[in-house]
Design a protein around this ligand. Structure first.
Ligand SMILES: [Zn+2]
Length: 461
């Protein structure tokens, strides 16, 4: 019987980011728009204005990968200061919204986000941050006082007159109440922090911020600050509670494909860690990867094109090799072995634990006992980590986990191995054999991305 292993093959989305070395220091953010089938309000969500606040940008990215809007619209910029995210630095983009020099290397990004914020369709903006300690209006101790930011919903002023959702204080209070109704741990409750940016002479930094730019342009904006005391996934969870409460208040209907619990959020951040290369002929799972993947077949055409559902995943040149990044996480180096491509086949037949299957390139196939790649005239099979003297071709041999050299695996645990197919010296595709015995991965949702094409070239002040 032939079973098509199609579930594991992803439908890669349109989000392809090409970042050349020269481009690195002005890495562009991505802009995703979800439009419901029913009309409604538009929420703009911004993550990653500060590059070292991963709770906020993982939450925004999760909206792209695991949420679907039915009514209303969700606009998402998950990685606004992508350059700083990749460098694992805060950056100072949030001080550039009152004035910015045309020579500033982030000038283009700041102008673009200003254009998005001021689009007539945008009803409300949610700006996601991770803040230190715990905000409290009175000083309790060094971690819990008025100068801390964590677990707060921040507004610049109580209200913007004559604007929908302009009652910022009221809206923030409802959102805070909803977050706190899901929080059982004492001392984790969110509180309202009103900066009184326009009238407080001490609010110098706040006057230069994105949120105050929005407010000055009659756009309601709330900032959410999850505490840096928490793990990244727990911060992401709090941000998602705030996002869902906000969408509810705006009448935006949505579905998600996971359980909104701290554990559920931790799992989807892991599930999203997938990168595809060579037009989907190669797919890598990025969890628990080795520091360096050697001798990796890649076409020699500048920086390799890649696709990833999650907009925080990217591949950057690093000397004569490439490095995979996922948000603030710097993952494996890939040492390329440059090859020409063969496109004559898209799959091979394999016997996996005794069952004959047709396996597409780019698949990650679970194996319990052993696997065998069927020999095909003119093609050579290279199972990386397996060698049998006198056998230049690893096809047609049953191979078990014990026969593979652990140091050649993709993952640190020695359970994920490369099977590469060549036609003469041309590379046809790769399959990963997975001895981890875990359940089959669910297919991720396809995210949508639209190019930024906003007409007005107006300047803001
Ligand atoms: Zn911040």
């Amino acid at each position: 019987m032939i079973v098509v292993v199609g579930v594991m093959r992803f439908f890669f989305l349109l989000f392809v980011m090409l970042i050349s070395a020269t481009h690195l220091f002005a890495a562009d953010f991505s802009f995703h728009q979800q439009q419901g089938t029913r009309q409604g309000s538009t929420l703009l969500v911004i993550g990653g204005i500060d590059g070292d606040e991963p709770g906020g940008f993982h939450a925004a990215a999760t909206l792209v990968t695991h949420y679907q809007v039915q009514r209303g619209n969700l606009w998402i910029v998950p990685n606004l200061n992508f350059e700083s995210i990749l460098k694992r630095q805060r950056g100072n983009m949030n001080l550039k919204f009152a004035s910015i020099s045309k020579h500033d290397h982030q000038y283009q990004q700041v102008q673009q986000i200003k254009k998005i914020i001021t689009q007539p369709q945008v009803d409300l903006i949610l700006n996601l941050h991770d803040g230190s300690g715990f905000y409290h209006p009175e000083r309790i101790n060094s971690q819990r006082n008025p100068n801390r930011w964590g677990q707060s919903c921040v507004i610049d002023q109580s209200r913007i007159e004559n604007v929908r959702f302009g009652n910022l204080e009221h809206l923030a209070e409802i959102i805070i109440q909803q977050i706190n109704s899901k929080t059982s741990t004492q001392g984790q409750n969110f509180l309202l922090k009103n900066m009184h940016t326009a009238t407080d002479r001490k609010a110098i930094a706040a006057k230069k911020s994105l949120s105050y730019f929005a407010v000055r342009n009659q756009k309601p904006c709330l900032s959410v600050e999850a505490s840096k005391t928490h793990s990244v996934s727990l911060r992401t969870y709090y941000h998602l509670l705030a996002l869902e409460a906000t969408m509810q208040q705006m009448g935006i209907h949505f579905t998600r494909d996971f359980q909104l619990t701290p554990q559920g959020v931790k799992q989807i951040i892991k599930d999203d860690a997938v990168l595809a290369l060579v037009g989907g002929r190669v797919q890598l799972e990025l969890n628990n990867m080795r520091t360096t993947i050697k001798n990796f077949p890649l076409p020699e055409t500048g920086t390799p094109k890649f696709t990833a559902n999650n907009p925080l995943i990217t591949l950057l040149p690093a000397d004569n090799r490439y490095r995979i990044h996922y948000g603030n996480n710097r993952l494996a180096f890939i040492n390329p072995h440059f090859v020409d491509l063969d496109r004559s086949i898209d799959s091979v037949k394999m016997v996996i634990d005794g069952m004959l299957q047709s396996v597409s390139f780019g698949s990650i196939v679970p194996v319990k006992k052993n696997f065998l790649v069927k020999e095909q005239q003119g093609y050579r099979v290279n199972v990386v980590g397996f060698s049998k003297p006198g056998h230049p071709n690893d096809g047609h041999l049953p191979i078990s986990h014990a026969q593979l050299k652990q140091s050649y695996s993709i993952d640190k645990a020695g359970q994920l191995y490369r099977v590469e197919i060549y036609r003469n010296e041309r590379f046809s595709g790769m399959i990963l054999v997975d001895f981890r015995q875990k359940s089959v991965r669910k297919e991720p949702l396809i995210a949508r991305i639209h190019p930024i094409n906003l007409e007005s070239d107006q300047q803001y002040n």
